[in-house]
Design a binder for this molecule. Structure first.
Ligand code: AR6
Length: 201
């Protein structure tokens, strides 16, 4: 598949692709990530779109998880199957609600990406798509969020056992351009994983 606008490739062949404008519910990676809320009962934005497209079995699994372990704290992630989605699994994570850019908020946002990657890797998943967590209803400024998201995934991906491909699926052109700019900046810094940045022609 070569529908990306830009790509970061690591020395070990793993890659991060930046795609958009696109709808994450159509993704054919093995798993997609949902920007959920702590209740795991669904909502608007990407959460609503995933539950609508995936059907009721995802919500039933979410309810079972909450009944067992309680509400999902921000920065954590859990896994369900993908119901009717093309993706086999959905990783549900809860981003921080933005309230002025406290350090804790960026740490929680980084944790969403780290924990989602970890749970996918623990389940032997090879490809995973992320939306732009917290930048809709939760109001995190997209330029700051993109910086955090790209940095943490670029740090973690070279160390995963099974996850080889991460795709950022951006809903709008300007969101996509913001993530691509963050990726390009990251590739210009000295990086132990010798990352290569390329833009689609
Ligand atoms: N595919 C890809 N990205 C999408 C899609 C889609 N189908 N739909 C929206 N986006 P949001 P949050 C983008 O609000 O800020 C929910 O009600 C959207 O343009 O979905 O983490 C939950 O239940 C934006 O850039 O998530 C929570 O209560 C990004 O996805 C709360 O919203 C995230 O926007 C979570 O807020």
């Amino acid at each position: 598949m070569s529908d990306f606008s830009a790509r970061l490739t690591f020395a070990n062949g793993k890659a991060i692709e930046f795609v958009g404008p696109a709808d994450i519910t159509k993704e054919t990676t093995e798993a997609i990530v949902n920007a959920a809320n702590s209740s795991l009962l669904g909502g608007g934005g990407v959460d609503g779109a995933i539950h609508r497209a995936g059907g009721p079995s995802i919500l039933e699994e979410c309810k079972r998880i909450v009944a067992k372990v309680g509400k999902l704290p921000p920065g954590k992630a859990v896994l369900t199957t993908g119901g009717r989605l093309a993706a086999k699994y959905v990783v549900h994570t809860v981003g921080p609600i933005y309230s002025g850019g406290k350090r804790r908020e960026s740490e929680t946002l980084a944790s969403c990406y780290r924990e989602s990657l970890r749970i996918a890797d623990d389940h032997g998943i090879r490809s995973l798509s992320f939306p732009s967590i917290s930048t809709g209803a939760y109001l995190y400024p997209i330029a700051d969020a993109a910086e955090v998201a790209v940095k943490v995934v670029a740090n973690e991906l070279p160390r995963t056992t099974d996850v080889h491909l991460v795709r950022f699926i951006l809903f709008g052109v300007s969101d996509r351009d913001t993530y691509v700019a963050a990726a390009e900046r990251l590739s210009q810094h000295p990086n132990p994983n010798s990352v290569i940045f390329e833009k689609a022609p």
